[in-house]
Design a protein around this ligand. Structure first.
Ligand code: CNA
Length: 322
């Protein structure tokens, strides 16, 4: 193709900036709120991570200076993720139990972000809420368990690694807080809270309905996650191309550029098709991806205000706290 032809083609593309997807008036909170208010979102999926519980008092993993990964340097691991592998747990349980103490030290309260799916469910527009969090705060906010998938397990329950006897973590909490490894009353095996470790298989149940939900959702809300732990990074690629996606987070993650940069120089290949499904914030061809930076709790409250559901939202929180 000669240069003149190329220029003409580029000009044609530029003058034909694609329209935003149906029902989405603008790429911001207002646009998403209008999309919902006008009845376009009846099957909302939420994907969330540790960032939504930071304001409740539980640190996330990867935030610089404050994340839990800052505190585990003392174990001299080549990378902090090792501490949460089954391999390492089998060698040495103490760092694991030390690190999870923080989840048991206080009676943490849900944040506004935990109440968002509760509100959507009340409005009949929540399809499912998938979380990587283990802190049980969605349930404390009153989210119906049928609408919640805790991908990485929950701190609430525990199991003996040897005989599978089930415990409530409340029963072994004092041992953990007193630096003792909790042991089974039946077989003396180690009792571990039901947190999924790297190398563990995720229960089949987690994947039930997953394809269906992602193919049928009409809005994806991602918040408080660095999208570093599979399968979440892959999950954002799954909604149909005409489905708006909003990322409410301190930093941009899961983006086309980030992915390109990460893969650069590495042997890991990512297909063009997958790459094309990453977030396209700021791109000329972005027709549906909204990034809202800054504190996510303020932005959740802003979204609820834009929806005009503030009173109902506040009542919901007040009633749950009574
Ligand atoms: P992460 O990797 O620590 O990422 C957290 C993300 O949230 C980062 O992108 C932050 O920038 C962002 N963030 C933090 N605070 C705010 C805020 N106030 N406003 C906006 N953005 C914010 O955590 P992920 O969830 O992505 O990683 C998955 C791990 C973390 C899972 O295995 C979890 O079990 C594990 N984890 C869970 C909890 C919990 O249950 N509360 C706490 C710590 C770690």
């Amino acid at each position: 193709m000669n240069n003149q032809k190329k220029k003409e083609l580029i000009k044609k593309h530029i003058s034909e900036k694609p329209k935003l997807v149906k029902g989405l008036p603008s790429l911001d909170i207002k646009g998403i709120a209008n999309y919902i208010k006008n009845g376009n979102a009846k099957k909302i999926l939420i994907l969330s991570g540790a960032g939504i519980s930071v304001s409740s008092g539980i640190p996330d993993f990867r935030s610089p200076n404050t994340g839990l990964y800052n505190n585990i340097q003392k174990y001299n691991l080549s990378k902090p993720e090792l501490l949460f592998t089954r391999f390492y747990f089998n060698l040495n349980q103490k760092p694991f139990f030390d690190t999870i103490k923080i989840f048991l030290e206080k009676d943490y309260k849900p944040s506004p972000a935990h109440y968002l799916p509760v509100l959507f469910n009340k409005k009949g527009i929540l399809l499912k809420c998938y979380t990587q969090n283990i802190d049980n705060l969605y349930k404390k906010a009153g989210l119906n368990e049928d609408y919640l998938i805790e991908f990485h397990g929950t701190i609430k329950n525990s199991t003996c690694r040897k005989c599978n006897k089930k415990y409530l973590t409340e029963e072994i909490k004092n041992d953990i807080l007193n630096n003792l490894i909790p042991k089974c009353t039946i077989c003396n095996g180690i009792i571990q809270p039901d947190i999924v470790l790297y190398d563990d298989d995720l229960p089949e149940k987690m994947f039930e309905e997953l394809d269906y939900n992602f193919q049928n959702c009409d809005l994806l809300i991602v918040m408080g996650t660095s999208l570093k732990v599979e399968p979440f990074p892959g999950m954002i690629e799954d909604p149909k191309d005409n489905v708006p996606r909003i990322l409410i987070n301190n930093e941009i993650v899961g983006s086309y550029e980030e992915e390109l940069e990460e893969r650069n120089g590495k042997l890991i290949e990512i297909s063009k098709e997958r790459l094309s499904k990453k977030f396209k914030f700021g791109h000329f061809f972005n027709t549906r991806d909204v990034f809202v930076g800054g504190d996510l709790q303020n932005n959740v409250i802003e979204l609820v205000k834009e929806l005009g559901w503030e009173d109902e939202f506040n009542n919901l929180i007040d009633n749950n706290n009574k």
